[in-house]
Design a protein around this ligand. Structure first.
Ligand code: CP
Ligand code: NVA
Length: 323
């Protein structure tokens, strides 16, 4: 399919399940093209005069900086909006916030605890809303991860990614991106930390289109056997801090360490969305070792999000190559 046939102008990005296989492929290809152009010193001002409102109800290093820098690099502007400064923090409804912001900015990016909040914001926003992490999904991260895997392995379809640890937002979005790209994803979590069964079923159904097998394997060593990618994330996500000591206890057997990496394919890469806790979910020897690609993942947030921003904000039919 020609990439120019895909038109994402005005489309929200709440979860990758809302995107077709062609749309996900398009975003990855635009991100790769944009990255190459950027590295060659070519610039684009396709978002000149455009503004992105960024609502952060939770902390962020990568997401905040990469979205803001991405807008600057595309000639636009980003506004950091903290709920403690917005009237949302004093009880203004999401509906009114969405309607009002839509009159000023060209897109809204939001990081919040509840996925429902993002859905509500999108329902009342006339400009595209981008999910920058909720308790359920982290689609921008999963796209950056897919771009990284494609760069390292030359393909996505047919590869096997094993995610070890807490069945959280990152795990959900990895299942979604696997389903859309033909990459097999196995989730290995202990009892009580499994991925949401509804999202799992959704991913398994979506995977039928690409041949991706999305599965569970509670034993981390069996799951990691022969894997091309070993992925983990924090044991305690934002919003669950009061359960931290229980999580550390319950997830001990799910640490990614040298022994677990030895079960994977010899050429396997290690991935983590960051921030990481060394010697909890991953040992320093693995995350700082030769198989780790975590900083490439972080860099690719910038390139993928620039592709998203240009695709949902800019006018139709322009690809990076044509700028
Ligand atoms: N991976 C990620 O989203 O990082 P931040 O929380 O720093 O944005
Ligand atoms: N699962 C983590 C990801 C942080 C980028 C969290 O939600 O805190």
């Amino acid at each position: 399919m020609q990439s120019t046939a895909v038109n994402l102008t005005g489309k929200h990005l709440l979860t990758l399940f809302d995107y077709s296989v062609e749309e996900v492929t398009y975003l990855l290809s635009e991100a790769a093209k944009g990255k190459k152009m950027f590295q060659n010193g070519e610039s684009s001002s396709v978002l000149k005069g455009k503004s992105l409102g960024m609502i952060f109800e939770n902390a962020s290093t990568r997401t905040r900086v990469s979205f803001e820098v991405g807008m600057t690099q595309l000639g636009g502007h980003a506004l950091f909006l903290s709920p403690k400064d917005l009237q949302i923090g004093r009880g203004e409804p999401i509906k009114d916030t969405a309607n009002v912001l839509s009159r000023y900015v060209d897109a809204i990016m939001i990081r919040t605890n509840s996925h429902q909040t993002v859905e509500e914001l999108a329902a009342h926003s006339s400009v595209p809303v981008i999910n920058a992490l909720t308790d359920a999904y982290h689609p921008c991260q999963a796209l950056a991860d897919a771009l990284t895997i494609q760069e390292k392995k030359g393909k996505l379809a047919g590869l096997s990614l094993v995610y070890v640890g807490d069945g959280n937002n990152v795990a959900h979005s990895l299942m979604a991106v696997g389903a859309k790209t033909g990459m097999n994803v196995t989730i290995s979590s202990p009892n009580g930390y499994e991925v949401d069964p509804i999202i799992l079923k959704h991913a398994q159904d979506a995977g039928k289109q690409t041949g991706a097998v999305i599965s569970l394997q509670a034993d981390p060593h069996l799951a990691a056997k022969g894997a091309d990618i070993v992925y983990t994330d924090v044991w305690t996500s934002m919003g669950y801090e009061n359960e931290q000591s229980k999580h550390i206890q319950d997830l001990q057997a799910y640490q990614v360490n040298d022994e677990l990496m030895a079960a994977a394919h010899k050429q396997a890469i290690f991935m983590h969305c960051l921030p990481a806790h060394r010697d909890e979910e991953v040992t320093g020897s693995v995350i700082d070792g030769t198989q780790s690609v975590v900083y490439d993942q972080a860099e690719n947030r910038l390139h993928v999000q620039k592709a998203i921003l240009r695709s949902v904000i800019a006018h139709n039919g322009i690809t990076f190559g044509g700028l």
